[in-house]
Design a protein. Structure first.
Length: 238
């Protein structure tokens, strides 16, 4: 008998708790729904010039038919880059080292080595000078691997703020014909903050024109990077 009484008490407590939880949730949603509000969406975007340009440089003995070693080509490349103002310790990294060692056993050909480097420069003019300078020393296997904007995350925050401000201006303008005032923001959602950069992870072979003047830097224009932000804001109406 005592067991049944305890069960009934526990059941009543559970029902009471469920009712309180339900009413609390209803009250919260009711508070939001019952008050008049205005919902608006705003989008802002901007274009930036990439300030990190990554070049892939392949040095191979095959280009000189084995007459010049990779080590000599490597030293010539380092000297040329230094004359162009490149800090090779910070901007140049080795990404791959290989050879045709397997072919040596199969075909009895000379073993030819190659090295691949990644070079980062910070503007298109320097990229053009590098491509041109390497061509003059016999290094022509240069590819553009990707471009980036160094202050991307900071710019994303700025665009979000601008989008929210634009949403507020839109909301205020919408209320003018109604002779009402805008209240505080009730809800803010970052719908999209995206980057449109077709050169983010794309390799493009770079070649010098045969008619190019070796005394003039190559004019290269990289596609600008587009960053945009879209927000949705709900404002109370006073």
């Amino acid at each position: 008998m005592k067991y049944l009484v305890r069960q009934k008490i526990a059941l009543k407590l559970l029902i009471t708790l469920l009712l309180i939880t339900s009413l609390t949730g209803y009250g919260q949603s009711k508070n939001f729904i019952d008050q008049p509000y205005l919902e608006t969406t705003a989008r802002v975007d901007t274009l930036v010039i990439p300030d990190r340009i990554y070049l892939s440089i392949l040095i191979t003995e095959a280009d000189t038919k084995g007459k010049t070693s990779v080590e000599k080509l490597e030293n010539k490349m380092a000297d040329k880059l230094k004359t162009l103002g490149i800090d090779i310790e910070k901007q140049l990294t080795l990404t791959d080292l290989g050879s045709n060692f397997k072919k040596y056993f199969l075909r009895k050909v000379d073993v030819q080595k190659d090295k691949e480097y990644s070079l980062v420069v910070y503007d298109a003019v320097t990229a053009g000078r590098v491509i041109q300078g390497l061509e003059t020393i016999g290094v022509s296997n240069v590819s553009l691997t990707k471009t980036e904007y160094s202050s991307l995350e900071k710019l994303k925050i700025d665009l979000r703020q601008r989008a929210v401000r634009a949403a507020k201006i839109q909301a205020e303008a919408m209320l003018i014909p109604l002779d009402q005032k805008l209240g505080q923001a009730l809800f803010i959602s970052d719908l999209n903050t995206g980057v449109q950069n077709r050169m983010a992870e794309r390799m493009v072979r770079v070649q010098m024109s045969k008619e190019a003047d070796i005394d003039q830097p190559i004019e290269i224009e990289f596609e600008k990077i587009k960053i945009e932000s879209t927000v949705n804001v709900k404002f109370a109406i006073q």
